[in-house]
Design a protein around this ligand. Structure first.
Ligand code: F6P
Length: 533
């Protein structure tokens, strides 16, 4: 999941000092979130002093309102190596920092999270690397998070663990605190088994996740892939959307008969794996877009671009999963075929800096910047670039102005768990104008059916979709945008969190004695070729 940018800066440290309310003691929080990052980043100001700034992730935007309402505790990494600061309270949240050493940033964050799991879970678009020392760091850091959760959670608390960086935490928390209810949500895709099977530690990952009571995924396909991984890599039995986790582990080599006997004779739990598509703060984002200052800024942007007839916009983290190169290739060909031409058409590509020390990201930046240079070299005129490339991050107000200024929004990832930029664009378009070109390989494509849906690998199809979106009639644009707005207004982030937490609350009490009523059992797949699931 991605979204565009941070809300206004805040000094969380000062906020804590001035809040006046006595912070609650550890072990008293009835709602605990564990996520890779804190909702604030520790940065160094121009005077060398440390300050806190709201961090740019989509998850922060998603959970902040829920956290404030529940007065929960949030456990995460402040974003730079070194000793963690003391816990502090801000905006109704208790923030507990996890410290990562420089070696752990390299081996856990840049290594196992972003050079092993990230490419593996995104269809191997880039080659994942498997290193045992990275895995060891992943286990060590996950344990640190789990211990912090166990220390903060009150008796019977609800714990919500997030994403691929923390897949071992549910199992570790369960072994430390069997009284708490544990949810996990995977924000990125969960890959098909043939890809997942490459991971040398696939069984440990499956077992770690199965420490949860409820496993949330973006799309039904992700949940289905996970259920298959349970059968194939851990020899477990699934029942519709439930996995049966026996108290006595079943050995890899046990026969089907022994596994069946084990299921009848041992106790265990059922874990549910299901889709809960995440969304955005639709009304909050929409409200920003109605502000006169933001609307004036949108006009100003169009004027600065030379008042083109058509503004096309891409907004992405600079990541190889986002399909930026495919988009640029298609756009370059559209220009060279004269189907669109500057200065009447202008592309603005925002590519916010990300994971800049990871090799694949360094290479991608060079390729994207080289491609933008080539397109501009061929099609720009003095003072009129064909592509405006911005390697920067912007606050939400500027993003909303860009969305309002854009006639066509290009969201063309090769694979994306959800893609919240697509939803943000729709949320801003009160005028029911504007067209969205959307990759079918995003979670958002399941919901935003009013988009011009494309396969980004099909460059001819992508070119046609870009031209169709740029030349769509106002009536068709309105019909499409209206249906997308309805969807994004109905399923906003509050609805997502409520739906997930309600489902987590319905999990039967600990150590249930079998699959829930009405579910039909499928036995685990035998070794050998995969069974369709
Ligand atoms: O989409 C997964 C995610 O972890 C988001 O939560 C986050 O915004 C993005 O990837 C970038 O993450 P990071 O900067 O922590 O690597």
């Amino acid at each position: 999941m991605e979204n565009s940018g941070p809300p206004a800066d805040q000094d969380a440290g000062a906020d804590a000092a001035n809040s006046g309310a006595a912070p609650r003691q550890p072990g008293q929080y009835s709602f605990v979130v564990a996520a890779s990052r804190l909702p604030v980043d520790r940065t160094q100001g121009p005077d060398g002093k440390h300050e806190w700034r709201a961090s740019p992730g989509g998850l922060v935007t998603a959970l902040e309102p829920v956290m404030r309402a529940a007065e929960g505790a949030w456990i995460g990494w402040p974003g730079s190596p070194g000793d963690p600061p003391e816990p502090f309270d801000t905006n109704g949240m208790h923030l507990v920092s996890i410290g990562l050493s420089a070696a752990e940033v390299r081996d856990y964050y840049e290594g196992f999270c972003n050079a092993t799991l990230w490419p593996l879970y995104h269809d191997v678009i880039a080659q994942p690397e498997f290193h045992r020392e990275w895995w060891d760091a992943y286990v060590r850091v996950n344990r640190r998070y789990a211990e912090a959760v166990a220390a903060e959670a009150a008796e019977g608390a609800t714990v919500w663990v997030h994403d691929y960086q923390l897949q071992l935490v549910p199992g570790m928390v369960r072994s430390l605190r069997s009284d708490v209810r544990i949810g996990h949500f995977t924000h990125i895709p969960f890959p098909g088994y043939e890809i997942f099977a490459q991971l040398p530690w696939r069984k440990q990952i499956v077992q770690g996740l199965l420490g949860a009571d409820l496993l949330g995924f973006q799309r039904q396909g992700d949940a289905t892939n996970f259920l298959r991984a349970c059968r194939r890599s851990a020899g477990l039995t699934t029942h519709g959307s439930y996995v049966w986790v026996p108290d006595t582990p079943v050995g890899d080599d046990d026969s089907r008969r022994r596994r069946l006997t084990a299921r009848r004779s041992t106790g265990g739990r059922s874990v549910r794996a299901a889709a809960f598509p995440i969304s955005i703060d639709t009304r909050g984002f929409g409200e920003i877009a109605t502000r006169p200052g933001v609307q004036a800024r949108a006009q100003e942007i169009r004027e600065a671009l030379g008042k083109p007839e058509t503004v096309l916009l891409g907004v992405d983290r600079l990541d190889y999963t986002k399909g930026i190169l495919h988009r640029l290739k298609a756009y370059g060909e559209v220009l060279s075929e004269g189907r669109l031409s500057p200065p009447a058409a202008v592309l603005v590509q925002v590519a916010s800096p990300s994971r800049e020390r990871v090799e694949h990201y360094k290479r991608l930046r060079d390729e994207v910047e080289g491609t933008v240079g080539r397109i501009n070299g061929e099609f720009a005129e003095v003072g009129i670039p064909a592509v405006h490339y911005l390697h920067q991050s912007y606050p939400r107000e500027e993003m909303a102005a860009l969305y309002l200024a854009a006639d066509v929004m290009l969201v063309t990832p090769l694979r994306d768990g959800m893609n919240l930029v697509a939803k943000e664009y729709v949320a801003c378009r009160h005028d029911e104008d504007g067209a969205l070109v959307l990759s079918e390989f995003t979670g958002a494509a399941d919901e935003l059916t009013g988009a011009f849906v494309v396969n980004p690998h099909d460059i001819e199809g992508l070119k046609d979709a870009i031209v169709r979106a740029a030349t769509v009639s106002p009536a068709e644009a309105r019909r499409r945008m209206r249906s997308m707005r309805r969807r994004v207004l109905d399923n906003d982030v509050a609805h997502w969190a409520e739906t997930y937490l309600r489902a987590l609350g319905q999990v039967p009490a600990r150590a249930s004695s079998g699959p829930p009523p009405g579910e039909h059992a499928h036995e685990s797949a035998p070794a050998g070729p995969a069974r369709a699931s």
